[in-house]
Write a protein that binds this ligand. Sequence first.
Ligand code: DC
Length: 215
Amino acid sequence: MAVIAIDGPAGAGKSTVAKQVAMSTNLPYLDTGAMYRCVAHAVMQSGVNMADPDAVGQVAASARIVVERDSAELNGVDVSGIIRTPEVSSVVSIIAAHSPVRDAMRSQQRMWIESHGGGVVEGRDIGTVVFPHAELKIFLTASPEVRAQRRVSQTGGDVKEIAANIAERDRIDSTRSDSPLRPADDSILVDSSNRSITEVVNEIVHHFQESQKAS
Ligand code: DC
């Protein structure tokens, strides 16, 4: 059961790259950020205090989340669009920092990979915590300017505002005590700043083929 972990900060190009790597390697694709976004949306709907780890954890544990490629369902409702709104983006890191939420999501992610027979998994803690024995671990990054510019071309909006939102999410994601964003010791660092998607995808697929030969 092969797992390729692709971690990195917001806007580094993880989703685009991970989907293409999944196609080239014939592995299913899992976006774990979409799962945390579903929890954030559920919490916003429920009205519970976002700062209360147990209350938020209960919402996460009782939410039925189904993520497949680009689509996300929460309790039977399609939330693929709404989980990408700036409102959700601005609170998701706060919710994702709570350990009860992370415990619930990690076990769902492992079950997903078990039932799909492996996959290309993108997130923040995939190589460090969720799949520490992944075949291949990539830490994908890009300069803050490039990341903000990419988000603007995907979703529109003001570049300064988006840059500030990304910087704040990076800060919360990398300083939380439970599974902070950081490269796994055995990960390969890939900087996508001045490279095309195709170049980055080819490099990752190449590393995967090499790892398959070695095993
Ligand atoms: O990849 P994304 O921007 O859709 O992720 C949304 C948020 O979810 C991100 O700010 C932090 C959180 N996240 C996480 O904590 N762990 C993961 N494995 C994936 C995402």
